[in-house]
Design a protein around this ligand. Structure first.
Ligand SMILES: Nc1ncnc2c1ncn2[C@@H]1O[C@H](COP(=O)(O)OP(=O)(O)OP(=O)(O)O)[C@@H](O)[C@H]1O
Ligand SMILES: [Mg+2]
Length: 253
């Protein structure tokens, strides 16, 4: 199952001011896989995820040590084009956050920002992205309606469409279903499994069943450390570390 390494995290430490919240995080993520990040609240999952597209740049006092390589390029190197990085590493958040504009414009937003002007080209991107996010058939007749008028689950799929419209290689999802009902969650999970054909997906979840259902690899974080990273079936059936076992069996967290 292991393919090419797409993301290398090498001895990554992250500080918020004096507080060290990530400690020596070292592991590789392979392309066209789904990797689940699990661990108790505050263990650093979102912080590590934000390192991957340099979202932590926006947090005053945040400082990253070590290296993160994407396709072997050090994304913290001085010559990194951060705009291009973020185009390559899309992100979907916990709460669906469509822009207050039409469904069409939500999806066309990124491509327009990156200079795509032709209507024909944009039409193609919008349709392809909405199909990729399993939303096309539901919205194809109301592309000019507001994105905010959709249901929560549809809004989240719209956000996924928006994220994939710029053709990223990597898709980061931070608890993408925690605000959704079971039906909408099931649709997103099905979609996540499908997305790995075209993308490398890293998903944070507090739901162990979800991690087991959607991911190929699972990384267990605890107190800013990476305790265990393994094939998901191994993590959930025969973890090496006692702390992993305690967490997945619900003994803490
Ligand atoms: N902007 C920030 N400034 C200062 N400290 C922060 C900031 N964001 C997070 N932290 C701290 O960093 C640590 C890791 O937080 P992070 O949000 O990465 O955890 P998490 O694993 O995503 O938790 P959760 O499951 O609750 O989302 C916590 O101690 C948190 O309080
Ligand atoms: Mg978080």
């Amino acid at each position: 199952m292991k393919g090419n390494v797409q993301i290398r995290s090498q001895n990554v430490n992250l500080y918020y001011g004096p507080a060290k919240v990530l400690k020596d995080i070292t592991f590789d993520i392979f392309d066209h896989t789904v990797t689940a990040l699990i661990g108790p609240s505050g263990c650093g999952k979102s912080s590590w995820l934000r390192c991957l597209n340099r979202m932590n740049d926006y947090i005053a006092g945040a400082r990253v040590e070590g290296e993160i390589l994407i396709d072997e390029h050090d994304i913290y190197a001085r010559d990194t084009d951060v705009i291009a990085l973020r185009r390559n590493v899309g992100m979907v958040f916990q709460k669906p956050n469509p822009f207050p504009m039409s469904i069409y414009d939500n999806v066309a937003y990124g491509p327009r920002l990156h200079g795509v002007r032709s209507r024909e080209q944009l039409d193609g991107i919008v349709e392809r992205s909405l199909r990729g996010a399993a939303l096309w058939t539901e919205v194809k007749d109301k592309l000019t309606s507001s994105g905010i008028g959709l249901s929560g689950g549809q809004q989240q799929r719209l956000c996924i469409a928006r994220a994939i419209a710029t053709e990223p290689k990597i898709l980061l999802m931070d608890e993408p279903t925690s605000a959704l009902d079971p039906m909408a969650t099931a649709r997103i999970e099905e979609l996540v499994r499908d997305l790995k054909k075209n993308f490398t997906v890293v998903i944070v979840t507090h739901n162990m069943q979800q991690a087991a259902r959607v991911s190929d690899f699972t990384a267990f974080f605890l107190l800013g450390e990476l305790v265990e990273y393994e094939v998901t079936t191994k993590i959930f059936t025969a973890p090496d570390d006692k702390r992993t076992e305690d967490y997945i069996t619900g003994r803490f967290g």
